[in-house]
Design a protein around this ligand. Structure first.
Ligand SMILES: [Ca+2]
Ligand SMILES: [Ca+2]
Ligand SMILES: [Ca+2]
Length: 116
């Protein structure tokens, strides 16, 4: 499970430098960062909250969209295009969350809404 969450983070590139630097191993600290209620599982809501704050960090001018400029450290052109579902050259909050939550759904093989 640790590996699966990590792959999801990597699918979007380097969401935060801290995660990227430690991408090779998902350590206990990173697990705890996602598991905010500390029950040992990462629920959908926890994952979504984490990713929403990652979006906010990337959205430097706080207009609710990520431009290629704002994500140039994090996403390559291919990743950007894959996340920009409607192809308008910006990644909206919904497009971002749709993408990462699709990753969550893929990772949640048991379909119980949590990763553990
Ligand atoms: Ca939890
Ligand atoms: Ca922006
Ligand atoms: Ca878009």
């Amino acid at each position: 499970m640790k590996k699966i969450v990590l792959m999801s983070v990597l699918a979007l590139g380097q969401i935060t430098p801290a995660i990227a630097q430690q991408a090779a191993t998902m350590n206990q600290g990173q697990m705890s960062a996602l598991d905010s209620n500390k029950d040992g599982a990462v629920e959908r809501s926890e994952y979504e909250a984490f990713m929403a704050s990652a979006f906010d960090n990337l959205d430097k001018n706080k207009d609710g969209n990520l431009t290629s400029d704002e994500t140039k450290q994090a996403l390559n052109a291919q990743q950007f295009a894959a996340t920009d579902a409607n192809g308008d050259g910006k990644i909206s909050r919904n497009e971002f969350l749709d993408r990462v939550m699709a990753d969550f759904k893929t990772a949640d093989r048991s379909g119980d809404g949590s990763l553990k």
